[in-house]
Ligand binder design. Structure first.
Ligand code: 7TS
Length: 416
């Protein structure tokens, strides 16, 4: 089907499923029902093939050898950067830095920008719904610089409490780091509004895009964020792919995070000078095949159309929330699907989330149970853990039905 026809028609999920080899496997004697895409997505054949073809035909290190293979590898790697940049609306591909994903990116930003520009008396504003990887690097930067951490609270219905925004963002705030979409609550945050608020006090806005970029159309020119992180493995790409976008002037002024080969211009005994952006941030041998695989994932998502991806997830999240509530589960996070994505956390009656996940596993259903690297969220909602079902382009209503039916079994086994 031509891309434009497919766009008009929405997602053809059965056809999409046929592109993912793993979805035809069984768990025991049950078909796999994969509901853990917020942890990592499955990979379509096109991505697996792109990575294999890279190794079979083009493998060499990049930016180094003057021979055909190295030139081909470099071309594929740089082409991946162009594709990823265009996917997020960045007009200059050099403003996209490759690395292993969001965790490495936030560390690179907190280290390279934070430690260089923060000082005692400055404030770093976070929210209570951040993933640990958007908390801990800032704690380290605060400890190193004497800056102070502040947090925006979460409302009862799982949104960022904006009533405290004005009092929390002051001329002391230098960084505001916030998730674009919560991986435990599913909440979408108003990034553009937060960027305006941050800029009004002269702060930079760092967006943790680990869950946002795979699921919602993103254009950094519209969002006007200063930094945006990308986890390629959550958007159909290989593990250890992705990186981050930043406005060019920030990349120019900040320090590199990893020192070594390629990231330098000149090395002297006492000091070195840095390579141009993006090379300055890509020290050592990079995740070349993975970024080439990610380019195939970008092609795949673009052919589906990100509006269609978003519409599908809204639809399936609405269905899941309704069915889970009917079955007696309490949703932890917003229930209004216009304000959320497809990661649906819930507490099922009085059954412990780990027990729920164990019973679901016996039915072939993969969900995550635990704190989801969101301990502040768990504390806010007074739960030790939740069960989380998270959906993507290949999930169906039938799989939601399988989840809800299997919950009944958890009740039989573990219910009071
Ligand atoms: N930020 C958010 C919002 C995330 O969901 C994750 C991973 C990260 C940062 C870290 O990204 P990484 O690509 O560097 O690992 N979230 C999850 C999850 O929800 N279950 O496993 C990993």
């Amino acid at each position: 089907m031509a891309v434009t026809e497919q766009r008009k028609a929405g997602l053809d999920v059965e056809r999409i499923r046929a592109d993912f080899p793993i979805l035809s496997r069984t768990v025991g004697d049950k078909p796999l029902v994969y509901l853990d895409s917020a942890a990592t997505s499955q990979k379509p054949r096109a991505v697996i093939d792109a990575e294999r073809e890279f190794y079979e035909r083009h493998n060499a290190n990049v930016h180094r050898g003057i021979y055909m293979l190295s030139e081909e590898a470099t071309e594929l790697y740089e082409e991946a950067r162009v594709k990823l940049a265009s996917f997020i609306g960045a007009t200059d591909p050099a403003t996209v830095i490759f690395n292993r994903g969001t965790t490495e990116s936030i560390n690179a930003i907190a280290h390279g920008w934070g430690r260089k520009f923060l000082k005692e008396g400055d404030e770093i504003l976070l929210t209570d719904m951040e993933h640990h990887s958007n908390i801990v690097p800032w704690q380290l930067a605060a400890r190193a610089t004497g800056a102070t951490l502040r947090y925006l609270p979460i409302t009862d219905d799982g949104l960022i409490d904006l009533s405290t925004l004005e009092s929390s963002l002051t001329d002391r705030t230098k960084v505001f780091a916030v998730t674009g979409m919560s991986n435990s609550l599913g909440t979408l945050t108003p990034v553009h509004l937060l960027a305006d608020a941050a800029h009004a006090v002269g702060a930079v806005l760092v967006v943790d895009g680990a869950q946002l970029v795979p699921h919602v159309p993103v254009d950094v020119r519209v969002l006007d964020c200063d930094f945006l992180t990308i986890s390629g493995h959550k958007m159909l790409g290989p593990t250890a792919s992705g990186g981050f976008y930043a406005k060019r002037e920030l990349l120019e002024e900040m320090d590199p995070f990893i020192g070594g080969g390629h990231m330098i211009h000149e090395v002297y005994r006492e000091y070195s000078t840095w390579n141009d952006v993006p090379g300055k941030f890509e020290g050592g041998t990079m995740n070349i095949a993975q970024e080439v695989g990610l380019a195939a994932a970008v092609d795949y998502l673009q052919a589906l159309g990100m509006q269609n991806v978003r519409a599908h997830e809204e639809e399936i999240a609405a269905y899941a929330i309704e069915r889970l509530q009917d079955a007696g589960a309490r949703i932890v996070g917003p229930v209004d699907v216009s304000k959320r994505g497809g990661a649906v956390s819930f507490v099922y009656r009085d059954v412990h989330p780990h027990d729920v996940a164990t019973v679901l596993n016996e039915e072939g259903i993969a969900v995550r149970a635990g704190h989801h690297c969101n301990q502040l969220v768990m504390r806010r909602f007074n739960v030790a853990a939740t069960t989380r079902a998270s959906f993507y382009v290949y999930n169906t209503r039938r799989e939601v039905d399988a989840l809800v039916n299997a919950l009944g079994k958890a009740d039989d086994v573990f219910g009071a």
